[in-house]
Design a protein around this ligand. Structure first.
Ligand code: BYC
Length: 325
């Protein structure tokens, strides 16, 4: 159970559910059992999972775009191969996650439709532009580092298909994270120009990465219910703090400066305390007015339209194969 969450805030939309079934369901979660697709579950548990897993799948899908835009500009063949492999992994993660949401009754068509027409959310971070090659390292180090923090927690979640998808995804994400760290460390310890590129990328990606963890716990309406049902086992602020403590140590190791004039180490708690996050910026980006929201949706819509003939060909082939039996 997340330490910062007050269970009294919970409003159960499943109040109408059979109390005996609800009690048995919650007892299973308390015992640490996984809930599987055919099992009884409250309607609100299903709804929360579809919301979260589909947003997560969209994030992987849209998340291919910033890095994909640098594949043709990679400085050498090794870097190009690594980046192609990474972007391909993200596409695969989206597939595992859409499948996990389908086990709850969501259809692929309705999820994709919600993404393409801008109704669905996806992670705010992918609405920021990668401006230099150093950003490819910074995304691996910071963005994948933050994603791993969150996803390692979700690997312990109560819903079987989501937790198992997370185990596989985290293994691949740690490769992405190492790729980013290797690159940023080399730049930070390299020529003055390389070091300046790494610092510039850190300056631009630091705050948006901290926003990835979501609003403060006091402003996070979904957390109490997700925590009660073992979907979240740590809160947004707990994960953000763990990330901050680990990442600041790594940045200092290679002489990079965290772009936060209010940052200070608190001896009493043993934690780094950060300055104020710009939540106005966060909500602007989440609500569609970030630097790249329109570009990202246009790119996904174009890819969807360009793939129409492939979907039609597959459907025609499936129909033909079925009639031949
Ligand atoms: N961006 O009550 P809260 C990757 C929304 S991809 C946008 O705290 P919750 C990668 C939230 O949805 C990995 N929206 O929500 C890929 C909610 O709105 P709704 C991405 C956000 O669910 C390619 C409202 O704010 N990871 O690694 O308890 C290349 C209130 O928030 C954000 C995931 O998707 C945000 N940052 O907690 C490289 C993880 N934060 O839905 C890398 C799965 C909050 O009520 N998701 N909102 O209208 C989660 O763990 C949780 O959903 C969150 C939010 C921690 C994100």
């Amino acid at each position: 159970m997340c330490a910062n969450i007050l269970p009294t805030d919970i409003t159960l939309a499943s109040q109408n559910a059979d109390p005996a079934k609800l009690a048995a369901f919650e007892a299973r979660i308390t015992r640490g059992e996984k809930i599987e697709p055919g099992d009884w579950m409250p309607a609100e548990y299903r709804k929360q999972l579809v919301r979260m897993i589909s947003q997560h799948a969209h994030s992987e899908y849209v998340g291919m775009l910033p890095e994909g835009s640098w594949i043709t500009r990679a400085p050498n063949l090794r870097q190009k191969l690594v980046l192609i492999a990474k972007v391909q992994d993200e596409g695969g993660h989206g597939q595992y996650l859409y499948h996990a949401a389908e086990t709850l009754g969501a259809t692929r068509e309705e999820m994709i439709e919600a993404l393409l027409n801008g109704r669905a959310k996806y992670s705010s971070i992918f609405n920021y532009p990668p401006l230099t090659w150093a950003d490819m390292g910074m995304i691996g180090w910071l963005v994948d580092g933050a994603a791993i923090k969150n996803q390692t927690m979700l690997a312990h979640c109560s819903y079987g298909p989501y937790s198992r998808a997370m185990v596989r995804i985290c293994a691949e994400e740690s490769f992405h994270n190492k790729q980013g760290k290797e690159m940023i460390y080399r730049y930070a310890l390299g020529t003055p120009k390389q070091k300046a590129m790494a610092q510039d990328a850190l300056n631009r990606w630091w705050w948006p990465t901290l926003m990835m963890f979501g609003p403060h716990d006091s402003d996070s309406p979904n957390t109490p219910q997700l925590a009660r049902w073992g979907i979240k086992t740590k809160s947004n602020d707990e994960l953000r703090q763990e990330f901050v403590d680990e990442t600041i140590a790594e940045a200092h190791l290679v002489g990079l400066t965290i772009p936060d004039p209010d940052l200070r180490y608190d001896e009493a708690s043993g934690h780094w305390l950060i300055g104020k996050i710009d939540w106005d910026e966060f909500w602007r980006v989440v609500n569609g007015d970030g630097p790249c929201n329109k570009e990202r949706l246009a790119a996904r819509n174009k890819a969807h339209d360009d793939g129409q003939w492939v979907r039609e060909a597959l459907a025609a082939y499936a129909h033909k194969s079925k009639s031949a039996i």
